[in-house]
Ligand binder design. Structure first.
Ligand code: NAD
Ligand code: USQ
Length: 410
């Protein structure tokens, strides 16, 4: 198939592009390098070094003999989106290209607005381009399990049957996301579902859990094929962070009591799930939702597991920088990808050991200053990692007026 991978320079987009290319698909990637810019902005860097996209693509050609075409541009530019779609005439578009960090979206108003404009407008431009050029194109969109939040009932895959005053309907599952980033995904989902309804588009919304891991069958073939690995307080995700922290002797930063439970998956399963979705397209006019995770764990359980496998890592409870339930019910359906044939890579001690191995290999590149969480959800203004802002431990408890006391300090 001809497949366009949007966000193909990112943590997940790049290895997915290689995976699809190796499976015989004709792959083009799009990116505006926004992710690399966030690193410059915050003064941090990926733990595993990555080379420029053009060099990555050359390395892939050398190793595999396969071509991947690149387009550099921004999805918020409708002319660019239209041009790329017309030039590639894809059968499927895999859309990873969004600002994906919850803390980044909560830094301040500017970052919240940027996140929602970038994500919602980019997706809307894409929906228009598909509707205008070829309504048969299957949109595979990366959403998030965080769209649902943590309700006190079972989470279904996208839709729930509700009986109300004697009448029954199947309705979109209620959404209670936990950041302006997660909210951008909710807005995307509503827009995509609407576009399927009015224009007959076909779309799969992959509500993905938190991904861990860095190596895939393709990225290990050459050092220039490596994908990024983030451990900083803004972009690093929980399990990847804990492994880096363990290796450099930093206590594992459990936020609050660590009772937050989340759906998790191995990066290898991200690739497999996207492949399954692409190769089993939605019907014309169908908007379907797959919950893309394989297991759920509490944050405290993940810290305990990393500490045990590592042997000498300590765990610390950091005052919770986010506003989230630390003790809650969590049971989410995730059968649709299994029904399509997904064989999950589960989180075993060996997997944790291999993550620790990646961190160990690059431990000299770790900047311990980048580890502490710097974004407090209760404030409307936070300072970035490099600007010498106050340590989270020093922050005053928020009062009812939100920022009054912080403003006083400033
Ligand atoms: P990433 O930031 O590494 O990759 C996203 C890529 O998209 C980056 O290379 C970035 O430069 C590009 N991009 C952003 N805005 C763009 C725009 N307007 N135009 C063109 N390119 C743009 O993120 P990731 O971890 O690879 O995540 C990919 C997708 O998967 C995101 O949509 C994210 O929300 C979703 N997701 C990620 C995780 C996870 O744990 N990493 C979990 C669930 C869902
Ligand atoms: N957490 C800690 N300590 C840390 C880092 C995080 O306790 O050092 C906690 C957080 O408070 C949260 C949980 O771990 O309860 C997950 O945090 P995270 O930063 O690993 O993940 P999150 O902010 O939810 O975002 C990540 C990706 C995002 C994706 C989402 C999937 O960055 O793109 O959408 O995972 S999900 O969580 O299912 O919504």
């Amino acid at each position: 198939m001809k497949i366009l991978v949007l966000g193909g320079d990112g943590y997940l987009g790049w290895p997915t592009a290689l995976y699809l290319s190796r499976r015989g698909h004709e792959v083009s990637v799009v990116d505006n390098f926004a992710r690399r810019q966030y690193d410059f902005e915050m003064g941090v860097d990926t733990l595993v070094p990555i080379v420029q996209l053009q060099r990555r693509v050359r390395a892939w050609k050398e190793v595999s003999g396969l071509e991947v075409t690149t387009y550099v541009g921004d999805l918020t530019d409708p002319a660019f989106v239209s041009h790329v779609l017309a030039s590639t005439a894809p059968e499927a578009v895999v859309h990873f290209a969004e600002q994906r960090s919850a803390p980044y979206s909560m830094i301040d108003q500017k970052h919240a607005v940027y996140t929602q404009v970038n994500n919602v407008v980019g997706t809307l431009n894409l929906l228009y381009a598909i509707a205008e050029q070829d309504r048969d194109i299957h949109l595979v969109k990366l959403g998030t399990m965080g769209e649902y939040g943590t309700p006190n009932i079972d989470i279904e895959e996208g839709f729930i049957e509700i009986t109300h005053r004697g009448r029954t309907d199947v309705l979109p599952y209620p959404k209670q996301p936990g950041s302006f980033y997660h909210l951008s995904k909710v807005h995307d989902s509503a827009n995509i579902m609407f576009a399927c309804r009015i224009w007959g588009l076909r779309a799969t919304d992959l509500n993905q859990g938190i991904v861990y891991g860095q190596e895939t069958e393709e990225t290990v073939l050459h050092p220039d094929l490596a994908t990024r690995f983030d451990y900083d307080g803004v972009f690093g995700t929980v399990l990847n962070r804990f492994c880096v922290q363990a290796v450099i002797g930093h206590p594992l930063t459990v936020y609050g009591t660590g009772g937050q439970t989340r759906g998790m998956l191995n990066i290898l399963d991200t690739l497999a799930c996207v492949g399954l979705a692409v190769e089993h397209p939605a019907d014309a006019g169908e908007y379907r939702v797959f919950n893309q995770f394989t297991e759920s764990f509490s944050v405290a359980d993940m810290a305990a597991m990393v500490a045990r496998v590592h042997g000498s890592a300590e765990v610390t409870n950091v005052p919770a920088p986010r506003v989230e339930k630390e003790s809650h019910y969590y049971r989410a359906a995730h059968t649709k990808l299994l029904d399509l044939g997904l064989v999950p890579h589960l989180l075993t001690d060996d997997v944790v050991r291999s993550l620790l191995g990646v961190a160990e290999r690059y431990r000299d590149r770790v900047n311990p200053e980048a580890i502490r969480p710097t974004v407090n959800w209760r404030q409307t203004t936070n300072r970035l990692v490099t600007s010498g802002g106050p340590d989270m431990h020093d922050l005053p408890e928020p009062d009812d007026a939100g920022n009054a006391r912080v403003a006083e300090r400033a």
